[in-house]
Design a protein around this ligand. Structure first.
Ligand code: ZN
Ligand code: ZN
Length: 771
């Protein structure tokens, strides 16, 4: 769609379809932005410049040069610009220049090296392909990951000057055997941390620990590498970058690359005649709606990618669209295909080529491909449900109209409070900067294990307090009490025979991890942390891994394994739990009139008691099955508010517990908008009178041991968060509560009692009081 306004016209046509009144709730016109180039930095050697010119890069964008200049000048830097803005040139310039100059100075001995880290293996491989097209003097690039052969690892360690890896590999393999990597590490000039907005929550905290360990070991070998972080547009990139690396960062946020205009529509599927729990109205599923929209776009010849959460969901969308198209004209069905993460790079490239050439007009892709996908110049992007963050939203929408044309993006709401709120409050999406990444490197449940790993690599001393932060002495003291570290004259030593790193899964939230094993092959698919295993891999659960669906046959709690088999059920599952909470300590409190808002440590006791099965295509509830799982306890952080009896009584509510319960559910639904977490990362408890406060209390707690920073963010943004919560409930078109406002799919009390209007009254009273 080359001409401005054409995308808007297509959007109007979609909305004018039969029975589609009022589904398009908003259209945002994002204006095009012209590109800004500048001169090459003078320090880039001629042989590197000629390589870049051969690759068709004649003049760099301003943000590329700003990034490169900062890094080459010895400053740690984070570049946070849009999708496909060419961030990589920002770090390739200094890397190539340094390697090329080093090669000239020392042709036979490696005196400079670069480490590139990405959150996924696939991305590192894509990057290697891109880099391999350059023949820069001194550039010897290779990937290093769990699939690398021994000879490849040896080559990487002994000869490579540009190693593309991931934090897991650094954590598990490179750092624990750093002596063998001494020559590579001792000449490390740059560490590139790509897609660094992926390092959030507990994963982010662990990666922060791993990078500090890397800095410490490099320093031991006399190297002080410059860190270059690249991120999608996030708020406060320098703050996130500093939290991640522990180093002061310069930020580059002025995007100099050109961008086409986007007509961005928000779309709300209608309520259906179906009735859900407690007779609540059910909205048409986002999957069904996206399949219809994809059909219409393909009929109009609009090249479209639809992003869907699971492979099964993507396949449902593709299949439904093909069926719809076959009804129009049998020849049209082949224009649509599913496109998923499990595909090999060659298969992906083939589909990308077909889309490029017009053999395919529509694809339904899993979100897992958000990173590796390489399709230029699509006309339209459909998003099935809020992708979790504004950063992800723009990353996915940015797949359309790269060539500078006018593009269309459409967010289709799922049936939950956050999606419903967003399609009715466009300012929450478009009127504000993207979110900051949230994680807490000082979480003792993360820092403790990381310090053990560090101590095994090199004994800890007081000099390390500065690297690992102010809570380090207290955490070390605790590790000494637990017998994990021992103090000797030269520092704290790891006392055990086993490797400290083996007890740490940096992608999970503590507790003993549960392995996901494929039944007939014995293949290890992945792990989930012990804390969430009951809810995510209970018997009968649909487990989605990298976009592929599996069915859990058994969960062996003693053996810490879930046995799964590949399956393509037409439903998803939702575990439900019952929870109790007690306050251990209060860290901060403020009064809102007579109400109080607090945050602090809590102990949560919860039990997964059943699960619901819901049809993927319609959202229809099939049934609920009981589960027999033990209770588990969790020490974590929470945010809570309380209101005295006298104030509650003054509101004249007919169902006080139901009002608090409804407010709790909606607060959980809306917190992800403010704290960059997933609805499943957090939980809540509400009661008309809590034993520890003696008042009506609503808690929202962080589902990870020690907390990932979500409760703190909820506390800091409480007024905005609870205001949005009130709006979401008050403006929902249902009468007595539904999944779009106060019903929760994980409620262990079958969404009982719930009082929708009582929740609005309670939140209105809370928010009207002076802070
Ligand atoms: Zn509702
Ligand atoms: Zn509940």
């Amino acid at each position: 769609m080359r001409e401005g306004g054409e995308a808007a016209a297509v959007l109007k046509r979609l909305a004018a379809g039969p029975g589609r009144d009022e589904r398009l709730t908003h259209v945002e016109s994002v204006p095009p932005r012209p590109g800004r180039t500048c001169a090459w930095p003078r320090w880039v050697p001629a042989e590197v410049l000629s390589q870049l010119a051969d690759a068709g890069i004649t003049a760099p964008w301003t943000h590329q040069v700003a990034t490169a200049d900062a890094a080459y000048g010895g400053q740690h830097v984070v570049v946070a610009t849009g999708t496909a803005s060419g961030k990589s040139l920002g770090y390739l310039m200094p890397a190539f220049a340094t390697l090329s100059i080093a090669q000239a100075a020392s042709p036979h001995r490696r005196i400079a090296s670069v480490l590139y880290l990405s959150p996924t293996k696939a991305l590192a491989h894509d990057q290697l392909r891109a880099i391999s097209s350059y023949t820069v003097p001194g550039l010897r690039a290779t990937t290093l990951d769990g699939d690398s052969e021994r000879t490849e690892r040896d080559w990487a360690r002994d000869y490579a000057t540009y190693v593309l890896s991931n934090p897991d590999m650094l954590h598990r393999s490179v750092l624990p055997s750093h002596q063998r990597w001494a020559r590579f590490l001792s000449c490390l000039q740059y560490v590139v941390v790509d897609e660094c907005h992926h390092y959030r929550g507990v994963f982010g905290a662990h990666v922060a620990g791993v990078l500090r360990r890397l800095r410490r070991i490099c320093a031991q070998y006399g190297a002080h590498p410059i860190f270059i972080c690249a991120s999608a547009t996030v708020a406060e990139p320098a703050v996130s970058g500093e939290r991640l690396t522990g180093l002061p960062m310069v930020e580059v946020v002025e995007d100099g690359s050109p961008r086409g205009g986007i007509s961005f529509g928000l779309w709300e599927p209608p309520l259906t005649s179906l009735r859900g729990e407690n007779g609540a109205p059910v909205r048409r599923s986002a999957t069904a709606e996206v399949a219809d929209l994809l059909t219409d776009l393909v009929v109009s010849g609009v090249r479209t990618v639809a992003f869907v959460r699971s492979r099964r969901g993507a396949e449902t969308v593709a299949m439904t669209a093909r069926e719809n198209l076959a009804e129009v004209d049998p020849g049209l069905a082949d224009l649509v295909s599913a496109y998923r993460a499990g595909y090999l790079p060659e298969e992906r490239r083939r589909l990308e080529g077909m889309l490029q050439s017009g053999e395919l007009t529509g694809v339904a892709a899993t979100n897992a491909l958000e990173l590796g996908i390489d399709i230029a110049g699509l006309d339209a992007v459909l998003l099935s449900g809020w992708p979790g963050t504004r950063a992800s939203l723009w990353q996915q929408a940015g797949r359309a109209g790269r060539a500078g044309g006018d593009a269309l993006a459409l967010l289709v709401a799922r049936d939950d409070p956050l999606d419903t709120y967003l399609v009715r409050h466009p300012a929450a999406i478009f009127g504000r900067p993207v979110e900051a990444t949230v994680f807490n490197p000082e979480n003792p449940y993360v820092l403790g294990p990381q310090l053990c790993a560090a101590a095994q690599e090199l004994p800890l001393t007081a000099a390390d307090y500065e690297i690992f932060g102010s809570t380090t002495p207290a955490v070390i003291a605790q590790l000494v009490r637990q017998g994990l570290l021992r103090e000797r004259p030269h520092g704290w030593f790891w006392t055990r025979r086993e490797r400290a790193v083996d007890a740490i899964d940096i992608r999970s939230a503590g507790g003993k991890t549960v392995q996901i094993v494929e039944d007939h092959t014995g293949r290890l698919l992945g792990t989930v942390d012990g804390g969430s295993a009951h809810a995510s891999v209970h018997e009968g659960a649909v487990y989605v891994h990298a976009g592929e669906s599996y069915l859990v046959k058994t969960l062996d709690l003693d053996g810490h394994a879930a046995i799964v088999e590949p399956a393509a059920p037409d439903y998803t599952t939702f575990a439900r739990d019952v929870t109790e909470i007690s306050i251990l300590s209060t860290e901060e409190t403020c009064a809102w009139g007579t109400a109080e808002l607090s945050r602090g440590w809590v102990q949560v006791t919860s039990q997964v008691v059943s699960f619901q099965r819901k049809l993927l295509a319609t959202g229809d509830v099939l049934d609920e099955q009981p589960l027999d799982l033990p209770e588990r306890t969790l020490r974590t952080k929470a945010v809570w508010w309380t209101m005295p009896d006298s104030d509650v009584a003054g509101l004249g509510l007919y169902d006080v517990p139901g009002a608090a319960h409804a407010a709790e559910h909606a607060s959980i639904g809306l917190l992800p908008l403010f704290a960059t977490c997933d609805r499943w990362d957090i939980g809540g408890v509400s009661t008309a009178r809590h034993a520890d406060t003696g008042r009506l209390t609503v808690f929202v707690y962080d589902g990870h041991p020690g907390g990932a920073g979500f409760a703190e963010h909820g506390y800091a943004a409480a007024r905005e968060w609870l205001t949005a919560t009130r709006e979401a409930i008050a403006h929902c078109e249902c009468t007595d509560g539904c999944p779009s406002c106060v019903q929760s799919p994980k409620c262990g009390n079958q969404n009982n009692p719930l009082d929708k209007s009582g929740a609005v009254a309670l939140l209105t009273a809370l928010l009207s009081s002076e802070a």
